[in-house]
Design a protein around this ligand. Structure first.
Ligand SMILES: Nc1ncnc2c1ncn2[C@@H]1O[C@H](COP(=O)(O)OP(=O)(O)OP(=O)(O)O)[C@@H](O)[C@H]1O
Length: 464
C-alpha cells in the first residue's frame, strides 16, 4: 500500500511545499487547512502519518488540541509537529503529549524526510511487535505430517498472494484460525493487522459496535468514548469472521454491504469510512442447513465463500498427531520454564489411537496437562498410564493395565489372538488405516497383514 501523509496547516503555501517534497519521495499526500477538515480526513481513512502545525490559525482546535484527539482516537497514527522558530518548548511539550517528533520552520528537506520515514517505520514495528506478542500467545506454527496437512499447506501458499476471500470449514478446534493466520502471513498484507471477530462470543446488540465502532464524540467532550471498530482496526490487513454462522441476521445484511462497497458508516455516524481489508470466515456448522432454515443469508455466504477450504477432524489425519504432540510438549515446556518430557512409544500409540472429539485444541490441552500433572520425575518420559483416563480408556486394551490382567485369564491361543487383534487394530488406527505403512511398521508383508486382519475379524477403516 502507498504510504499516505496527511498535512495539516492553515498556510496553503506551507502545505504546498511539504506536499511537493513528500510527493517527490513517492508518498501520497492529502491536505487539510483546519482541525475539522483534518479530523474528517483521518476518520475517512487513517493515514500512515500526520504532519501537523502547532498553530492552526482560525481553526476550531489548535494543533496541540488536535494532537490530543489523534493520540486518543488513532494511537497507531504517528504525528510529526511543525513548530515555528523559537517555540521549541511547545514542541517538546507536544512530544510529551504523544507526538512522534517535530520539525522546525524553515524546513530542512533531509530532516523532514528522515523523520517522516522513521515515524512510519516505528509505527510499523509497533504493530508488528503487538502482532508477534499476540502470535506468541496464540501459537503461530502450522504443524503436521499427514497428506491432508500437505494439501492444506499447498493451498495456503496459493491463496496467500491472491486477494480472494476464503471460507474455512471444519470441526471445532481443528485449526481453522491457524490456517487463516497462515494465509494472512503468506499474503502481501502480512505486515498489516490480523483481527479476529469471535461472532459466537459477541452479544447481538454489541456486534455492530464492535465491528464498525462509534462516531467521534464532540471535540469538546474530553472523555468521549469513541471506539474504533474491528473493520477499521484491520485496515491494510485481514479480518477473520470466526464462527460466522453465529452472526445476528441484521449484522449479516450490513456485512454484505461492506463487502460490496469496502466502506461503511460508524454506529451513530454519517462519515463514510473506507477500508482496505481482506475478509475470511470460518464455521464448524452445516452452512447449507443454516441457509435453508433462513438463519444465514445466502448472498453473504456467496460473497464470503469465494474459495473454500476444509480442515479435517484430527482423527481423519492421525499422522499429524505425533508431530503436534511433540510440538505442544516443547511449547508448553518453554512457556512453563521446564524441560520437555519425551513421549514414550505406548503414550504416542494411545494418543494416535484416540478419536479426539475436541481435535487439535484437545490434544494441546492434554499435553499441557500431562507436562505438569502427569506424574513421574521432571524430564522423564511420559508413559501411556500417565495420560488422562479418557485417552487410555478409549485406547486398545493392549495399552491398558487391566487389559494385561485380562489376558492372563485366557488360554495361550486365545490370549495371543486377543493380543494380536488389539495390537494390529491399534497400529492400523495409528497409521490412519493405511495398510502399507502399518505392514512396514509391524514388519509384515502387506498381503500377509491383510489376511491376518481378515482372519482376526479386524475391519480397517480408511485407506487399504
Ligand atoms: N496445525 C497446527 N499446528 C499448530 N497448532 C495448531 C494446529 N492446528 C491447531 N493448532 C492449535 O490448536 C488450537 C485450536 O486451533 P484453532 O483455534 O485454529 O481451531 P479452530 O478450528 O479455529 O477452533 P474453533 O472452531 O473453536 O474456533 C490453537 O491453540 C492452535 O494454535
Amino acid at each position: 500500500m502507498a504510504k499516505e501523509i496527511l498535512i495539516v496547516d492553515d498556510e496553503a503555501d506551507i502545505r504546498a511545499i511539504l506536499a511537493g517534497i513528500l510527493e517527490d519521495e513517492g508518498y501520497t499526500v492529502r491536505q487539510a487547512a483546519d482541525s475539522e477538515a483534518a479530523r474528517a480526513a483521518i476518520l475517512e481513512r487513517p493515514p500512515s502519518l500526520v504532519v501537523l502545525d502547532i498553530w492552526l490559525v482560525g481553526s476550531r482546535l489548535d494543533g496541540l488540541q488536535l494532537l490530543d484527539l489523534i493520540v486518543r482516537d488513532h494511537p497507531q497514527v504517528p504525528v510529526v509537529m511543525i513548530s515555528g522558530h523559537g517555540n521549541i518548548e511547545t514542541a517538546v511539550s507536544a512530544i510529551k503529549r504523544g507526538a512522534f517528533d517535530f520539525i522546525e520552520k524553515p524546513f530542512q528537506t533531509d530532516r523532514l524526510l528522515l523523520i517522516v520515514e522513521r515515524g512510519i517505520e516505528i509505527a510499523r514495528l509497533r504493530r508488528e511487535l503487538a502482532d508477534l506478542r499476540q502470535r506468541t500467545v496464540a501459537g503461530d506454527e502450522f504443524i503436521g505430517a499427514s497428506g491432508h496437512h500437505g494439501q492444506l499447506r499447498q493451498m495456503v501458499e496459493k491463496l496467500g498472494p491472491a486477494s480472494s476471500r476464503v471460507f474455512i470449514n471444519g470441526p471445532q478446534g481443528a485449526g481453522k484460525e491457524v490456517v487463516a493466520r497462515q494465509i494472512h502471513a503468506a499474503s502481501p498484507r502480512a505486515a498489516g493487522p490480523f483481527v479476529v471477530v469471535t461472532c459466537a462470543a459477541l452479544a447481538p446488540e454489541s456486534m455492530e459496535l464492535e465491528l464498525f465502532g462509534t462516531e467521534n464524540p464532540p471535540a469538546d467532550s474530553p472523555n468521549g468514548a469513541r471506539r474504533i471498530g474491528l473493520f477499521e482496526q484491520a485496515h491494510g490487513g485481514t479480518l477473520l469472521l470466526d464462527e460466522v454462522a453465529d452472526m445476528p441476521e441484521e449484522t449479516q445484511g450490513k456485512i454484505v454491504r461492506v463487502l460490496q462497497e469496502q466502506r461503511f458508516c460508524r454506529v451513530g455516524g454519517s462519515t463514510r469510512v473506507e477500508v482496505d481489508v481482506r475478509v475470511m470466515a470460518t464455521t464448524s456448522r452445516d452452512m447449507e442447513a443454516a441457509i435453508a432454515t433462513g438463519r444465514f443469508r445466502q448472498d453473504l455466504f456467496y460473497r464470503l465463500n469465494v474459495v473454500s477450504l476444509e480442515v479435517p477432524a484430527l482423527r481423519q489425519r492421525r499422522e499429524d498427531i505425533t508431530a503436534l504432540a511433540e510440538y505442544f510438549m516443547a511449547r508448553a515446556a518453554r512457556l512453563n520454564g521446564v524441560s520437555p518430557r519425551p513421549l514414550a512409544a505406548d503414550a504416542l500409540a494411545a494418543l494416535q489411537a484416540y478419536d479426539w472429539p475436541g481435535n487439535v485444541r484437545q490434544l494441546r490441552n492434554v499435553i499441557d496437562w500431562v507436562l505438569i500433572m502427569g506424574g513421574g520425575t521432571p524430564g522423564s518420559p511420559v508413559k501411556a498410564e500417565m495420560l488422562p483416563p479418557e485417552i487410555t480408556s478409549d485406547a486398545p486394551q493392549t495399552l491398558r493395565l487391566e487389559g494385561a490382567s485380562e489376558l492372563l485369564g485366557l488360554p495361550l491361543r486365545e490370549a495371543r489372538e486377543m493380543f494380536e487383534r488389539e495390537y494390529l487394530l491399534a497400529q492400523v488406527t495409528r497409521f490412519g488405516g493405511n495398510i502399507s505403512r502399518t505392514a512396514e511398521f509391524v514388519g509384515m508383508e502387506r498381503s500377509a497383514l491383510h489376511r491376518k486382519l481378515k482372519s482376526l475379524g479386524v475391519v480397517a477403516e480408511g485407506r487399504a
